[in-house]
Design a binder for this molecule. Structure first.
Ligand code: COA
Length: 409
């Protein structure tokens, strides 16, 4: 049963630079096929010191408000899902609220549970709309993250960064959520975490894959039980994508379950994968892991490239956040692809990126670390193509420059 609440608009922002995983593999003395084939990635986004989780979020939000002709006064709730918080108290959402000039009569906060944070935000926003609490105002939900592991670690080739902004309302022209009971699963595990004193994540990689797949089985079973929706009802199945091969492993787990149920009378694994999941992954392959936004980058990419094929279909979505919390839910894509066509911006953002070599990648990492220290503020140069920029920290305060407004310190 589909509802009248869900995603009205979606847009993406991606950092301006990237490194090819072949470059990284060569620097590590590793066969590039391990990253290209074994992990399924191709390139990964690299941030400059002027890009942080706030600027990425603000850019995605600016695109979604502009693309769907929504004014700042239309937003009654702003939730940012992220595990890359820039302050232990002040949420990313508060900075974004200011940078966008939203109405003060707006509830503004962050949600955090590793890569599940944005899904928590989305579900909360949808409930707020469904209950009529928005009084025709919309919620703005933004997933924003910078995935960062130690240099030389197994997680390093699965880094990435980006943000996905979604308008949630009672006019869900993009995806109307199905109104089934929650299919959620929580387990207190140490599969991936980042203590406050670290800027890079710690991960027990193989264990985190096990935890992910266990959560997938639990939530999918609960979803099937409560919804009655079956494999053949989906036009696409989307998964959290810490690296593209993980989506394949997840798909395979559900496929094997389904094939067993049908005593082998079922299309081959790879054909089903290419039909249901493969078409959503082209942007994840280019960008890498964006933690809370990875699932929604897949959704955005699928809508952008397969718009006519996906219009009117039903999508299943699996969200997993280490630690852990997971959820399987579904929704119906709107019948009219012109609602989102030309407004998502994935291919356009990718087309404007600059490639960096290994030494530049390391230098940008170091520069980013230096920017997170008090006193790093530098007066802005010329405005950068109208983009919001992080200018450093002055007097313990983060300083941002947004188009048309000079930085105030
Ligand atoms: N050519 C092709 N494939 C190759 C290869 C080569 N030369 N060398 C290795 N591979 C394959 C392996 O067979 C393996 O594939 P499989 O998983 O299908 O068996 C894959 O590449 C990864 O190799 P592995 O040795 O397992 O990698 P690793 O020890 O470096 O760790 C992760 C991989 C994903 C665990 C690691 O990148 C990580 O910790 N990532 C961050 C955490 C994460 O993403 N968790 C997921 C759940 S949220």
């Amino acid at each position: 049963m589909n509802s009248r609440f869900g995603i009205e608009g979606i847009a993406v922002s991606i950092p301006s630079h990237y490194i090819d995983l072949k470059t990284l593999a060569e620097a590590r003395g590793i066969d590039p096929a391990k990253y290209y084939v074994g992990l399924g990635g191709r390139r990964m986004a690299v941030v400059t010191p002027e890009e942080d989780p706030v600027t990425l979020a603000a850019e995605a939000a600016r695109k979604v408000l502009g693309g769907y002709q929504v004014t700042p006064d239309d937003i009654g709730m702003l939730i940012v899902g992220s595990e890359s918080g820039v302050d232990a108290a002040k949420p990313i959402a508060a900075y974004v609220h200011g940078l966008l000039g939203l109405n003060p009569q707006c509830r503004t906060f962050d949600t955090q549970h590793a890569c599940y944070g944005a899904t928590a935000a989305l579900r909360l926003a949808a409930d707020w709309c469904a209950q009529g609490n928005g009084r025709r105002r919309k919620a703005l939900v933004i997933a924003t993250d910078i995935a960062r592991y130690e240099v030389g670690s197994a997680g390093e080739p699965t880094q990435g960064a980006g943000a996905v902004a979604m308008l949630v309302s009672t006019e869900p022209g993009v995806v109307a959520f199905d109104a089934y009971p929650d299919a959620v699963f929580t387990e207190d595990v140490m599969d991936f975490w980042r203590p406050h004193y670290r800027s890079t994540a710690l991960v027990d990689g193989k264990y985190s894959i096990e935890c992910y797949l266990r959560a997938l089985e639990h939530t999918y079973e609960a979803y099937e039980r409560s919804s009655g929706v079956r494999w053949e009802d989906f036009t696409h199945l989307l998964f959290h994508v810490p690296f593209p091969k993980m989506a394949y492993k997840a798909f395979r787990r559900l496929y094997e379950r389904e094939a067993a149920r049908r005593n082998g009378d079922f299309p081959p694994l790879d054909a089903e994968y290419e039909r249901l999941t493969g078409p959503a992954l082209w942007a994840n392959v280019e960008v890498g892991n964006i933690y809370s936004g990875s699932l929604y980058l897949s959704l955005a990419a699928l809508l952008e490239r397969q718009d006519a094929a996906v219009a009117g279909g039903r999508i299943g979505l699996f969200s997993y956040g280490s630690g852990s919390c997971a959820e399987f839910f579904s929704g119906s894509v709107g019948p009219d692809a012109s609602v989102w066509r030309g407004r998502i911006g994935v291919a356009e953002a990718l087309a404007h990126r600059t490639e960096v070599g290994y030494e530049t990648y390391l230098a940008l990492r170091r520069a980013g670390e230096a920017m997170s220290k008090n006193g790093s503020f530098r007066a802005p140069g010329p405005e950068a193509n109208g983009h919001v920029r992080f200018l450093g920290i002055h007097d313990d305060r983060r300083v941002y420059d947004r188009p048309g407004r000079r930085a105030m310190v």
